[in-house]
Design a protein around this ligand. Structure first.
Ligand code: 4FV
Length: 223
């Protein structure tokens, strides 16, 4: 998969995209990524990409023209162009699975008060990572990239394959334990040392159910 980020802050991405599982996905040739800066497509001698809102009001608005040119500079047939914004559909694990099937995804990062409304026609869809306002779309774009790339076959090692993760089964994960066996007088559940994998799997499923009922009852309807 190739991911292109349309962003005014391209230097924000390498620390995240080249680290850990994402970095390994690139080394394995399962992921390519790049950044396109609308400022490089501004017709203005001062490389202006934003301006004051018509009708007055606070802040600045991202202009449509530099955005369109930046998107067109990387867009190919079948490319999914996604705008990250609080007005978007809430991003979910299901959406991550859908996007992981794409060959090329362009993630457009807003800034300031938002983009010129007429630029919305440049996007195939709008996605939000949650009902709060961030400084820019860069962090949401990296959140989406992380969740999507983990779904690409071969990115996660077999043992930590995506299908055993939370939300795939609409259940939260079962509780995990590791050394020491006793910590602050608290013992690890005995069943986990039984070696009886069937019984352990049953215990984990029950524990995942209990955790979901307690912490995310809204998910139970889907479970
Ligand atoms: C956001 C979100 C988000 C809004 C104003 C960028 C900011 C600024 N994007 N999910 N929540 N974007 O807050 O995706 O332009």
């Amino acid at each position: 998969m190739r991911i292109d980020f349309v962003t005014l802050f391209p230097d924000m991405f390498a620390p995240i995209m080249d680290a850990s599982i994402l970095g390994r996905a690139k080394e394995k040739g399962l992921l390519e990524w790049g950044c396109v800066n609308p400022r490089n497509f501004s017709a203005d001698k001062h490389r202006k990409v934003d301006d004051r809102p018509f009708g007055g009001g606070p802040g600045m608005v991202l202009m449509a023209e530099p955005l369109e040119k930046a998107i067109k500079s990387v867009k190919k047939k079948g490319t999914a162009v996604i705008f990250l914004s609080p007005q978007g559909e809430t991003f979910t694990d299901r959406k991550a699975s859908q996007l992981a099937k794409k060959k090329h995804v362009v993630l457009v990062c807003g800034h300031y008060e938002g983009v010129d409304e007429r630029a919305l026609e440049l996007f195939d869809e709008e996605l939000s990572i949650g009902d709060y306002v961030l400084t820019g779309g860069e962090l949401p774009a990296m959140v989406v990239a992380d969740a999507v790339v983990r779904k690409i076959p071969g990115v996660l090692k077999k043992e930590d394959a995506a299908e055993s993760e939370s939300f795939v089964t609409s259940l939260l994960d079962f509780p995990q334990y590791t050394r020491p066996r006793v910590w602050r007088g608290r013992e690890v559940p005995e069943i986990l040392f039984s070696g009886d994998h069937k019984k352990i799997a049953e215990w984990r499923h029950k524990a995942a159910h209990a955790a979901t009922r307690r912490k995310r009852p809204d998910l139970m309807s889907r479970a």
